[in-house]
Design a protein around this ligand. Structure first.
Ligand SMILES: Cc1ncc(COP(=O)(O)O)c(C=O)c1O
Length: 422
């Protein structure tokens, strides 16, 4: 049989991949609910910090499924754990002796549980006298279920679903005076992301956090840290609140907890955890053995491989490189964040840079229109930091500069408040 010339073989494979990709995209548009803006990219697999599309093109992943794939792709220990557990029991009846942690299937579900815990604790403390108000911050994001959405500030997420859960009030970001004015004896919880993620990588100030801690103690309310995006090592500390003075009462985690499998949790100090009794809260799938085993492998790997130190070292290199790019390109306003949770604030729209980065084989995203967000895996190497920075340099140079928007970028308000609080 005549062999197919190499070139033809290649183009046949490419057109085969193209047809398969088109078919996947057709199915997606037909059968999945229209909840995400989708690109026409179909990723098939990944290894380490790289992911591949159907044509075999390789991308350096500086986003990690938005802070989920902290161990990159196909991490061998995690793959082993999942294989092992899948062959044992993927589901058993719920256990009852989780004093201080409740496992969930997502971040939003964990936020719901944390809010319920704060409400019931306040009800028991106050004898049911209307201690039900919840404070959250402007520019916050806490999830898409009704309770979580009610404490999420961004109007475009909230408005279409109103009326939401009542009793929520928003405090201006890092504004101590506003916090003091809104906190009273009817507050059962204040919810804070120690570093706002979707909002554009804005760290809460120590002054603000300390004040929230003091007011929560004074009024018997729960200080809830939403560490879903910034926690579990992302900033180079186990929890981002460790940068701040004073501990929270309830901590919510999810995203990287099971290395990409759906696992979230809320953890509580005993004083609050004790408010739950059987029947008050539950979850059919939360805390199943397969995902929890994957969770243990994630935590164990972070410790054994000294990944917090790696996050700090690579984060410092990446930040320094981004600062250099900020000095070179005048449309970069600032670099924010800590560890491997970094935001590049722009004077112009960020979307065209995300598109060009994709062309050049680099995954990043843009949040709040003007912030490029970098959330690479914790296993990132120094070489990959250099590779990412060199790609970004070329992305910034090659992209036709978007027009400066007339509107004040949404990042400005918290940035100013942050500066004022310093
Ligand atoms: C800070 C924060 N809280 C809550 C959530 C919601 O988590 P999930 O999407 O797992 O429900 C997210 C998701 O991006 C988040 O970043």
């Amino acid at each position: 049989m005549k062999s197919i010339p190499k070139k033809t073989k290649k183009s046949a494979a490419a057109s085969g991949a193209g047809a398969a990709q088109r078919s996947v995209l057709r199915d997606v548009s037909r059968h999945l609910m229209n909840t995400y803006k989708r690109s026409d990219m179909v990723f098939t697999h990944g290894r380490g910090c790289y992911v591949f599309d159907q044509s075999g093109k390789k991308y350096l992943d500086f986003l990690g499924g938005i802070a989920v794939n902290a161990l990159g792709y196909s991490y061998p220990d995690l793959v082993r754990t999942i294989r092992r557990e899948a062959g044992r029991a993927v589901h058993v009846s719920n256990r009852s002796h989780m004093d201080r942690v409740f496992f969930t299937n997502s971040g939003s579900e964990a936020i719901e549980g944390a809010l319920k815990l704060a409400r019931i604790a306040a009800r028991q403390k106050s004898g049911g006298t209307g201690k039900t108000r919840v404070l959250a911050l402007e520019n916050s994001f806490h999830g898409r279920t009704f309770g979580a959405l009610s404490i999420t500030h961004t109007l475009k997420y909230r408005e279409p679903f109103e009326p939401l859960v009542p009793g929520v009030e928003f405090v201006r970001f890092n504004d101590v005076a506003d916090l003091e004015a809104k906190f009273n004896g009817n507050v059962c919880a204040i919810v804070i992301e120690p570093v706002q993620g979707e909002g554009g990588i804005f760290p809460v100030s120590d002054t603000f956090w300390k004040c929230a801690r003091e007011l929560a103690t004074q009024h018997g309310a729960a200080l809830i840290a939403d560490e879903i995006q910034c926690g579990l090592g992302r900033t180079g500390r186990a929890f981002a609140y460790q940068r701040l003075t004073g501990l929270p009462d309830i901590v919510v985690v999810a995203k990287p907890l099971a290395g990409g499998l759906p696992l979230g949790a809320f953890l509580a100090r005993e004083e609050f955890a004790a408010a739950f009794s059987p029947g008050l809260h539950g979850s059919t799938f939360g805390g199943g053995p397969l995902v929890c085993a994957a969770g243990l492998t994630f935590l164990d790997t972070v410790e054994r491989k000294h990944l917090l130190a790696n996050v700090r070292a690579r984060g410092a290199e990446l930040r320094a490189g981004l600062k250099k790019l900020a000095a070179k390109f005048d449309f970069i306003r600032e670099v924010r964040g800590e560890g491997l949770m970094l935001g590049v604030g722009l004077d112009v729209e960020g979307a065209p840079y995300v598109t060009e980065a994709l062309q050049q084989g680099l995954l990043i995203n843009c949040t709040h229109e003007h912030t490029l967000r970098l959330l690479p895996p914790f296993i990132l190497t120094a070489q990959q930091v250099k590779e990412g920075l060199s790609k970004l340099d070329s992305v910034f140079a090659k992209t036709e500069r978007p027009a400066k928007t007339q509107a004040v970028p949404p990042t400005t308000a918290p940035a100013l408040a942050l500066a004022a609080a310093r």
